[in-house]
Design a protein around this ligand. Sequence first.
Ligand code: UT7
Length: 325
Amino acid sequence: MKARIVGTGSYLPEKILTNFDIEKMVDTSHDWIVTRTGIEERRISAADEDTSDLAVKAAQRALDMAGVSADEVDLIVMGTVTGDYPWPATACLVQAKLGAKKAFAYDISAACSGFLFALSCADDFLSHGRGKKALVIGAEVFSRAIDWTDRNTCVLFGDGAGAVLLEAQEGDSGVLSSHLHSDGSHFEMLYQPGFGTRNPPSFEGLEARLTFLRMQGNEVYKFAVRSLTEVSKEALNAHGFSSEDVGLFIPHQANLRILEATVKRLKFKAGQYFVNVNKYGNTSAATIPIAIDEANRGGLLKEGDLVLMASFGGGFTWGGTLLRW
Ligand code: UT7
């Protein structure tokens, strides 16, 4: 029994924020951002649009593609670190809004690796017979978790959501394996300082800046290229495959330079890997499911193709998943 993707969906908020718009907000330029990151524009949620709203739209599109109704879904696993509330899990809000009455739902906190960590959980449930249909979602509203006066970080992120519907099926298609890793010794290189138990909110000194993402960009960059490369090789080696066997490589879309350095090391050819970071920036846990949906609807995924996905993120966390489309 394998967990096979039978529907994909994504949702990007309507509002586009270009690099030229950001030039008016902080000391930066379109050329600097494009040269260093490849990002040209990103999407920003409307004031009344929360992470759960983005997730519901993406998930509904995945359900519609599969012709499955929400009340048939057994579980919902969602990667996010920008949920509507610190708790309950945003996946629970999504469960209620979709009307997925019989589904149990929970969030995975693995930053940009959240979708692949969530996919691995859902795959384990389905391949062990604990449910037949699972929604796996990556959704983030990072625009509300970054400091719009900090040019080092505000140019990088965007909002969005992607979802896949997994179904337990006999046959060769589906998830082949997931390879997940964490190293918490570097957590301060990419994290949100407030408001957990370390820096709780207080009436005296409620420090809004603590809720903004903090990052040591250079260190994250080096870690990203290394971890994406190693975990991709690990996933391929586990099945005796090489880069040439891969139909489409879908890496986490954080930065075009990271992506190009990785595909060069892995010897992927042009057209063998997916890029959309120019349009949406880094949407964290949402980049991979948005990319899957765009690739699927764009006709880039054919039955039997080998698809390799790889991610890295705060924690640090990193993962690679290989599947047969
Ligand atoms: O999912 C994981 C999320 N995080 C990431 O993916 C981030 C990974 N890191 C990166 O993508 C890169 O490190 C950055 C794009 C963040 C920065 O690029 P870099 O080539 O590593 O630049 P840098 O940090 O070495 O900074 C070079 C200069 C600095 O000025 P000084 O100190 O040399 O005078 C920065 O202050 O660029 C300056 N700078 C900017 N200048 C114009 C930083 N941000 C900007 C900006 N516009 N937006």
